[in-house]
Ligand binder design. Structure first.
Ligand SMILES: [Zn+2]
Length: 257
């Protein structure tokens, strides 16, 4: 008998494998990112019903390989399908983006309980109908902290003083900002206003359930939004595919938040 691994898990990605199988990527509570083959899932929808749809929270049971190779999904019992996230295009796109970021930022078998809980809080907030882009900004900012790339928004890299002018120059490669006084002429940096900086600091220091308390102007939101995207792209050294979708869709269809 193969060894069985059981854990609550979120479906974060999936693709076809051969003619009849699917390869599913999960973020599990106990082992972090894990992949498993769903045998026959492409041919017969009955076996796993809808448990392997993106964003589903399930009780996963995986048969681990005896030596090398991929695990096989033994059973998948749905705990919460988060089906409303698949019914609205903006929720679907934003939730897909967050799943892709988790996939890109994590390695297999490196569990982070806080990251599992962050996914849970995020999906719940969308299910409750909170604004998708605002929830996503929260998620992306808190994710950067969890993976150890939180930007330093507290003090200037040079004079170590807190920001006080209307804007600062953020040095992405250094992970911090230079205040107006310390900036050299023609210095290349990402300009960020104090409003956006303070909103991001608010997010960094709080839990997800403070989302509704964040009051932010549309302009500061847009700034914070593109700044956080730039940080993810820079540190991941690539542009996640979902960002391209998000950019085209948000500029056409959606209001600010
Ligand atoms: Zn300074």
């Amino acid at each position: 008998m193969p060894e069985i691994f059981k854990s609550p898990a979120f479906v974060i990605a999936g693709r076809d494998l051969g003619e009849s199988d699917r390869l599913i990527t999960f973020y599990t509570m106990d082992r972090g990112k894990t992949r498993g083959i769903a045998k026959g899932a492409k041919k017969s929808k009955h076996r796993f019903v809808n448990a392997l749809e993106p964003f589903t929270l399930l009780n996963l049971s995986l048969a681990l390989p005896r030596t090398t190779g991929l695990s096989r999904i033994d059973s998948a019992e749905t705990l919460d399908s988060f089906s409303s996230l698949r019914g609205k295009i903006d929720y679907y796109i934003m939730a897909s983006l967050c799943c892709e970021l988790v996939d890109l930022w994590t390695r297999e078998g490196d569990p982070q309980r806080d990251l599992f809980e962050l996914l849970r809080s995020y999906f719940r907030s969308l299910k409750e109908g909170l604004p998708a882009r605002k929830a996503t900004l929260f998620f992306e900012t808190l994710l950067l902290s969890l993976v150890g790339y939180a930007p330093n928004l507290d003090s200037c890299l040079r004079c170590k003083r807190p920001p006080k002018d209307d804007h600062v120059a953020f040095k992405i490669h250094a992970g911090g900002f230079i205040c107006k006084k310390c900036q050299k002429k023609g210095e290349d940096a990402h300009r960020i206003t104090l409003g956006a900086l303070k909103s991001l600091k608010y997010i960094q220091n709080r839990k997800f359930n403070n989302l509704h308390r964040l009051s932010i102007t549309d302009a500061a939101f847009e700034e914070a939004w593109s700044f956080i995207h730039d940080l993810h792209c820079h540190y991941l050294q690539r542009v996640p595919a979902s960002y391209k979708v998000v950019d085209t869709i948000t500029s056409k269809t959606y209001s600010k938040k």
